[in-house]
Design a binder for this molecule. Structure first.
Ligand SMILES: [Zn+2]
Length: 299
């Protein structure tokens, strides 16, 4: 286990302004801060994209969750978009000059894909893997997914702190509150805060010697014509089948004339973010992952 004490944790929502689950919860925590207080560290809350939340849009000018690379944050001339300005404000709040930096970020999101409870850890640091192990022991249905490897130049908000994760819950439409996903997100936030508290008190032991994880391989776009118009939609047999094995030859898309387009890969993969509403503009129909067993070692 990582031996340093955690001093500050930030629970953040509204990086995407139309993902209401986390926004609703952070507002609840702001009204009742005792819910997220723990004795061994300070917990902050933050609503990230204020203008997008007000407008019930994912963003105003650009995706805020692509504005946090070191290079962009230090570029003082990059202020044309609201999100570039807000990213600099958020970085200053989480890494203030007169107080300790935030050590752990819990970044709350939701998805229109059927991903249940998924966490995307910030990194494979032992502290983060210990957190995955702890959450998996509390809630065996939680899935652990490692996203794209951005390295030092990650543009994601979660890269502002060394520890923590993104929580994705779904499926839930944008701009909708669903009690089930609210409860799941709140459960996970409390479990992570309890993990940090137990870590600070030296009360942690790994519960398992390995962990099932999903590693992002690549994204797949919809078939499109030369003008970029969609030529096919997600095949009905694949809709809502996130984390289920997709084998070579399995149905992937259905064209407007009713033809099936099959998966052309050579190995079985595990798609996630299938038919995520926000990803049409990113040219992503789904993200393919591989399933692995990760060995956990006590440090
Ligand atoms: Zn989001």
């Amino acid at each position: 286990m990582y031996s340093g004490l955690i001093q500050r944790v930030a629970v953040i929502a509204g990086v995407h302004g139309n993902e209401w689950t986390g926004i609703h919860l952070v507002k609840k925590f702001q009204q009742s801060p005792e819910l997220i207080e723990r004795s061994t560290f300070e917990t902050l809350t933050l609503l990230a994209n204020l203008k997008a939340i007000e407008a019930n849009l994912r963003y105003i000018d650009k995706d805020l969750n692509r504005c946090f690379s070191k290079q962009d944050l230090s570029n003082l001339e990059l202020v044309a978009s609201y999100e570039d300005r807000r990213a600099k404000e958020i970085a200053a709040l989480l890494r203030p000059s007169n107080q300790p930096n935030v050590d752990v970020i819990i970044d709350l999101h939701s998805t229109t894909a059927n991903m249940g409870m998924t966490i995307f850890p910030t990194s494979t640091e032992p502290f983060n893997l210990g957190m995955c192990d702890y959450l998996s022991a509390c809630y065996p249905e939680v899935r652990v997914c490692f996203g794209e490897r951005y390295g030092q130049e990650s543009p994601l908000l979660r890269s502002l702190a060394p520890y923590g994760c993104v929580i994705e819950v779904g499926s839930v439409p944008q701009g909708v509150l669903n009690a089930r996903q609210l409860q799941q997100t709140e459960m996970l936030v409390h479990a992570i805060l309890n993990y940090v508290d137990a870590h600070n008190q030296g009360n942690l032991r790994l519960t398992s010697s390995n962990l099932t994880v999903y590693h992002v391989l690549c994204s797949v776009d919809y078939p499109r014509d030369a003008a970029g118009e969609l030529q096919a939609v997600i095949h009905p047999q694949l809709q809502f089948q996130d984390y289920k094995p997709l084998n070579p030859g399995d149905p992937m898309f259905l064209t407007s004339t009713g033809e099936m387009i099959s998966f052309q890969g050579k190995t079985t993969v595990f798609p996630v973010f299938i038919n995520e509403a926000a990803y049409y503009e990113k040219h992503i129909a789904m993200i393919l992952t591989e399933k692995q067993q990760l060995e956990l070692k006590a440090v």
